[in-house]
Design a protein around this ligand. Structure first.
Ligand SMILES: [Zn+2]
Length: 876
């Protein structure tokens, strides 16, 4: 091998010298310029996996399709004093694969929080010149926190220990006898682990501590050892949990008993099966009433939640939940929870309970929007995908910004402490609830492999979220989905194709959420149209509900069900980083020459005579020419005009007409307008091109050119438009639908670019001498205030006891004016104290001499005559 490499290196200089343009000897091979480019329309056969009887060429699961199943029976106790979980789980693993298994793998996601985990120790870390205090707090927490699972025992049904080996976030359980196809295995795992503080560590679950109240909200996820997926396409999914790639999971039935302090309210995946043990009669009544309510109703009111979180816990309660056919289980618990709910009708006749759990800190935002957003998501997604199959859908407010699990999701946005909130917070909450509830479909039901492909659930879900948001209210400010919003990303330099593994993605949100969502939206609106797309998307959801689709299954199904070859679209949007940028290069209007000399020659004459004057001829005007001095130099050609109509021309035209077939003469007379539009593809991405032309009359018309327009030349193409009126303007992509990155070349003739500019306000140019003077004046002001303060205190103190204390200002009536002067040339003002804090308040108008402005200085006067300047929080 090494010898061959050496030879290659030796030969390289010789080869390159053959290309030297200065070399007179022609190259020893034929130099032929051929079209050398990749065909953007070639089929994806060389990229997609070969279809099998499990995954058919149509994109549907086939007769050979199988998947494993894991049923779980879990008992868990939350120790709220030490933020720990103790758990015991019975796993029933069904080997539905055609294979014999000698060992099983489980996922221990909590192990990512071990300091030596791959995720922790492989995070590229760097420091900035400025770091936040939160960054320091996180470091301190990480130093103390001992994360990860303690696996106490793994035993089979007979109580025999099963050997196991932990490999980072995974655990192999060795089976004493192989598990054959069609067999099932039951075993018991006992474990415990500490819960992370989710305010300090970026996590998908954890607790939020409320210092003043001395209590917490727990959002518990990836909290128990879960089965690794064993699949037809990857065997055991052995990509470790590094942090970004989420989960590849098996479906199963869950029964989970959660023991918590008795003041806690618990919310979880599934249906609460022991209401009588944990709810009081009023709560049960309200819950039943909410089922038929069309507006959210409180099960626990804000006032009741406030009362509840003040109560001391005196014991424990166990909440038991049942969940059928789910791929995971998560829960939340807190004494702080308000709880509201409403019933939502699902197509097919079922009613699902849309519910929210949140603390008073979430009010009034949460009671207004959360449960409505849950209900809206169920309604919209059930239409565009499959009907919601589960009995509950829950949104919880706590420390996690946004994270999804079956039937339950965690959402972060909260109002300010005073109950006001910004527009961003409002739409942030509605948007995140729709998004996280939407994940019930992608990937909780349509169970794609998140550890491999973030886009398969985030992209599809963000696309559906966009549809739901646009059906919430007029002009809903969606962040992602609209074609024009993606151009900043598609033209950025550090991007990778959508088809990139979750851990290696650059620009995660744009790559895995926004771009696939936008691509699907364009596919729906501009490539397939809503009717074809919606049918095909529903078909994909239906085929793969409660199964495990791969990217090829999506690509193939959308083609299979729409009848349109989309390989060019998948290739461009999912396998390349090409962007869309089309331009109108030129527009040519052709006139049909009728051949009639009496019509055409006068027209040609007009064109010739309107030819612009050229400069030398203009400058020579008035000069004496030789032919002026010798007129005999002018002959026949000086008066001959080749564009004068002659009888010979007319006879020729007659002959031309006589040779035409019947009706052709009439065709020549018709009012045709021929316009050739020359389009260029600057971005490389193949897309359909919508064109709008404007006619002389001002009327417009649309021509929708399909993507196949580019099949003979993907870079430049001309298109003839035959219209009844003359075209005066051409615009491509007038409705902003194809994510065209540079719109300045979309209009012909080009238009003046309209921009806006502002005058910058003059900046504060105080020099250090001025700042020093200001500081000295401030000290003088403080001295004056201190003098006044002690005078004030002694006058109040010296009054005879029993007489009422007059207003602070009045007690100073007889004071000399200069005792009240401040160093800014104004008088200090004295006000009564507004609270118990101090006996009065002194105010100086500050350097600007104006009362009521930002530079005013205010001091509190205490009873002993001392003064105190409160810190202004808003001061920069
Ligand atoms: Zn998401």
């Amino acid at each position: 091998m090494r010898i061959v490499l050496g030879l290659l290196i030796c030969f390289l200089p010789d080869i390159s010298s053959a290309h030297d343009p200065h070399d007179d000897i022609p190259p020893p091979f034929l130099a032929i310029d051929k079209i050398d480019r990749e065909d953007p329309f070639r089929q994806l056969d060389d990229v997609l996996p070969t279809p099998t009887e499990a995954r058919l060429a149509s994109g549907a699961p086939g007769p050979g399709y199988w998947q494993q199943r894991a049923d779980m029976d879990i008992q868990v106790t939350l120790d709220a004093s030490s933020h720990r979980l103790e758990g015991k789980e019975r796993v029933t693993y069904h080997n539905n694969s055609p294979h014999t298994l000698t060992y099983l793998w489980m996922q221990l996601d909590q192990n990512r929080f071990r300091s030596e985990s791959i995720g922790n120790s492989s995070d590229p870390t760097d420091m900035d010149a400025e770091e936040s205090i939160g960054w320091l707090r996180r470091l301190a927490f990480e130093e103390e926190f001992v994360g990860g699972f303690n696996i106490l025992s793994i035993r089979d049904r007979a109580g025999e220990n099963l050997d196991h080996v932990i490999v980072d976030t995974m655990m192999r359980i060795d089976l004493p006898t192989p598990l054959k196809s069609g067999e099932k295995l039951e075993y018991l795992v006992e474990w415990n682990h500490s819960i992370v503080n989710a305010d300090l560590l970026r996590a998908r679950g954890g607790y939020e501590w409320f210092e003043e109240a001395g209590n917490a909200i727990y959002e518990i996820a990836q909290w128990f050892p879960r089965m690794c997926a064993y699949t037809d396409y990857a065997g055991w999914q052995n990509k470790q949990f590094v942090g970004s790639g989420e989960f590849t999971l098996e479906f199963g039935d869950y029964k989970v008993a959660i023991t918590v302090p008795d003041t806690f309210v618990v919310s979880a995946t599934g249906v609460l099966t022991n209401q009588d043990d944990v709810l009081d009669d009023i709560q049960k009544e309200r819950l039943a009433a909410a089922r038929s309510s069309h507006r959210p109703m409180f099960i626990v009111t804000p006032d009741e939640a406030l009362e509840n979180e003040k109560r001391e816990s005196t014991g424990e309660k166990t909440w038991i939940f049942d969940a059928k056919n789910v791929r995971d289980f998560a829960w939340a618990a807190s004494p702080k929870f308000i709880w509201d709910a409403m019933g939502v009708s699902v197509p097919g006749g079922n009613i699902t309970m849309a519910m929210s759990f949140y603390p008073n800190e979430g009010e009034p935002l949460w009671s207004r929007y959360s449960t409505h957003a849950v209900a809206h998501t169920i309604e919209v997604y059930s239409q565009i995908s499959v009907p919601y199959p589960y009995p509950v859908a829950i949104s919880v407010n706590g420390p996690v910004g946004g994270m999804e699990y079956p039937m339950i999701c965690f959402n972060g946005p909260r109002p300010e402490e005073d109950g006001t909130y910004s527009q961003r917070t409002k739409y942030g909450l509605i948007g995140v609830v729709i998004h996280e509830v939407g994940h019930n479909w992608f990937p909780m039901i349509i169970n794609s492999d998140e550890r491999q492909w973030t886009w398969m659930d985030e992209g599809l879900n963000t696309f559906a979220q966009f549809i739901a948001e646009q059906l919430w209210e007029e002009k809903y400010p969606s962040r992602r989905g609209e074609a024009r919003n993606i151009t900043g990303f598609t033209t950025s330099t550090d991007q990778m194709p959508i088809m990139t593994n979750s851990e290696q993605l650059l620009q995660f949100g744009n790559n895995a959420y926004a771009k696939p969502a936008t691509a699907l939206n364009i596919l729906r609106e501009s490539v397939l149209g809503r009717e074809l797309f919606d049918f095909a998307f529903r078909e994909y959801s239906r085929r793969w509900a409660f199964k495990r689709p791969e990217p090829a299954d999506l690509f193939r199904t959308l083609e299979d069900a729409s009848g349109i070859d989309l390989d060019w679209f998948w290739r461009g949007w999912f396998y390349t980083t090409d962007h869309a940028d089309f331009g109108v290069e030129k527009v040519v209007r052709y006139h049909l020459d009728t051949g009639n000399p009496d019509v055409e020659k006068p027209l040609q004459k007009e064109e010739r005579d309107s030819d612009p004057q050229w400069i030398s001829r203009m400058n020579n005007e008035g000069l004496t020419l030789r032919s002026d001095r010798y007129p005999e130099l002018l002959d026949f050609y000086n008066s001959f005009d080749e564009l004068d109509v002659t009888e010979k021309d007319r006879r020729g035209y007659e002959r031309f007409l006589s040779r035409l077939e019947d009706g052709d003469a009439e065709l020549l007379q018709r009012q045709w307008n021929f316009t050739v539009v020359r389009l260029r593809n600057y971005g490389g991405l193949i897309m359909p091109v919508p064109i709008e032309v404007t006619y002389e009359s001002g009327k417009t018309e649309r021509f929708d050119l399909p993507a196949e327009l580019w099949r003979s030349n993907p870079r430049a193409v001309s298109r003839l438009l035959v219209t009844s009126e003359p075209v005066v303007r051409v615009e491509i992509d007038p409705m902003l639908e194809i994510a065209d990155a540079d719109r300045s070349n979309n209009v012909f003739p080009q238009e003046i670019d309209q921009q806006r500019f502002k005058i910058r306000p003059e900046s504060d140019r105080s020099n250090p001498m001025q700042l020093d003077r200001d500081e000295r004046l401030r000290i003088e002001a403080q001295i004056a205030a201190r003098r006044l303060g002690s005078e004030l205190a002694s006058r109040i103190k010296n009054r005879e006891s029993g007489t009422p204390v007059p207003a602070a200002a009045r007690i100073l009536q007889d004071m000399a004016e200069d005792a009240l002067a401040d160093p800014y040339g104004q008088m200090l003002s004295v006000f009564d104290s507004t609270d118990e804090n101090g006996i009065a308040r002194i105010v100086s108008v500050g350097p600007d001499g104006e009362p009521g402005t930002g530079d005013d200085i205010s001091w509190i006067v205490h009873a002993d005559g001392s003064i105190e300047e409160p810190v202004k929080k808003s001061e920069p």
